[in-house]
Design a protein around this ligand. Structure first.
Ligand SMILES: [Zn+2]
Length: 416
């Protein structure tokens, strides 16, 4: 396995800076010499990634030595010359054009795989429906088929890393899912090791919510935001927590597992075995079940007709019904939004985020859902916390997971 890695923290920080695009040696030297000035001009030519992406104080000659070494290692390459700033023109450096990362986003009902370059631009993205309950061997097989499709498109010959997201709790240290409620057969499956061996590159595993939060941080609605929450409402419900531009995972990796916060002791039974969990009220599975009940009760002609035609109902059907003005569907969305809002109001009081992002398949219920969540959070949290708190929908939608997974593995590869 060929996996050149940076040899020290200076090289690693330079690589993370170059992930935002080619830079002249002069720009990189400025950044190394005067972090405060660069932070102040964050909105100008150089996007800033916060203290994390700062190369550390380095003399000009030390910086040039490290950059030359990165070129030797094949991690970076020369990229012509920058515009003159009055003196000699400064040579530009960029990440190696051959760098390729895979972002693998395994959902409850679908698999997405993308290949990116070193700057995390998506070069190809393929997806197919896939039931996670069929178990790890089957799903892994499909992942490898999708990776093969991208290879067949000549998008890469060698991957430099693969980031993987799964819809359940993950032991970050071991790289395995741990008793994931909606993933039967996956407990402790060595996902990280298996993917690493199959693809011949380093791999990292995290839960899909953290991955999506990284995607929004890198290229979505949270680009300039270091402290935010991403609430994913899909088949399950979870929350990505970003503190100081980094994912907060907690002691054992389960931070943000908000789907199993109880909203009503006498509520419905949840997949986890408890009663009244948020997820039991408003995960995709709960919503589909409620839609079927409504359809059978005769309160929604639209849903009844859909059910008769397809034999099943999903969150999309509820969205379509609501768009037609179906009162029962609108009530389902409002009730769900209220339950999410109640939990979120508690999180906002606790965490005081700068931004809250609502993402995931059920989030496509859109502005009706968003309006209900906003009204509950703004009513229930204190004004100091919500005074300037945007609650918005994801910008990246399906791409958030794969971009975030690529960012996740690039953080690992570009570390020392
Ligand atoms: Zn539960």
């Amino acid at each position: 396995m060929k996996s050149n890695r940076p040899e020290n923290s200076h090289q690693a920080a330079l690589l993370r800076l170059l992930r935002d695009g080619p830079r002249s040696r002069a720009e990189l030297a400025d950044r190394a010499a005067d972090p405060a000035a660069l932070a102040a001009s964050a909105t100008s030519a150089l996007p800033t990634g916060g203290a994390y992406d700062h190369p550390g104080r380095m003399s000009r000659s030390k910086l040039n030595v490290e950059l030359d070494r990165l070129v030797e290692l094949g991690l970076a390459e020369s990229d012509g010359f920058a515009e003159s700033r009055g003196g000699r023109r400064s040579g530009r450096v960029r990440l190696s054009r051959n760098t390729r990362f895979a972002g693998i986003d395994i959902g409850a009902t679908s698999v997405d795989v993308a290949v990116t370059d070193g700057e995390l631009r998506v070069l190809g993205h393929v997806s197919e429906p896939c039931d996670i309950r069929l178990g790890p061997a089957h799903v892994l097989d499909r992942v490898l088929v999708l990776v093969g499709k991208l290879r067949d498109q000549n998008l890469f010959t060698q991957l430099h890393g693969a980031g993987i997201g799964v819809p359940g709790p993950v032991s970050f240290a071991a790289g395995v899912p741990v008793m994931p409620p909606i993933m039967p057969g996956w407990d402790r499956y060595p996902m990280r090791e298996t993917v690493s061996q199959e693809l011949g590159c380093p791999a990292m595993l995290d839960n899909d919510v953290n991955i999506m939060a990284l995607g929004e941080l890198h290229a979505g609605v949270a680009r300039q935001v270091d402290d935010f929450l991403l609430v994913k409402i899909g088949t399950g419900i979870g929350c990505g927590i970003v503190v100081d531009g980094k994912i907060y995972r907690g002691v054992s990796g389960s931070a943000g597992d908000i789907g199993h916060i109880r909203v009503d002791a006498f509520g419905p039974v949840c997949a986890c075995g408890n009663t009244g969990c948020l997820e039991a009220y408003f995960g995709g599975a709960a919503l589909a079940e409620q839609a079927q009940t409504v359809a059978r009760s005769g309160h929604s002609p639209y849903l009844a007709e859909r059910l008769a035609v397809t034999g099943t109902l999903s969150a999309e059907d509820v969205a379509a019904a609501a768009a037609q003005g179906d009162a029962a569907a609108i009530k389902l969305i409002r009730d769900g939004g209220r339950h999410v809002g109640i939990v979120l109001a508690g999180l906002v009081s606790f965490f005081n985020p700068r931004l809250v992002i609502i993402a995931g398949g059920v989030a496509r219920l859109g502005h009706l859902l968003l309006a209900e969540i906003r009204s509950v959070v703004y009513r229930r949290s204190l004004p100091l916390a919500t005074g300037n708190l945007p609650i918005v929908l994801s910008e990246l939608e399906d791409a958030a997971g794969v971009v975030g997974a690529a960012r996740f593995i690039s953080d690992h590869v570009y570390s020392a």
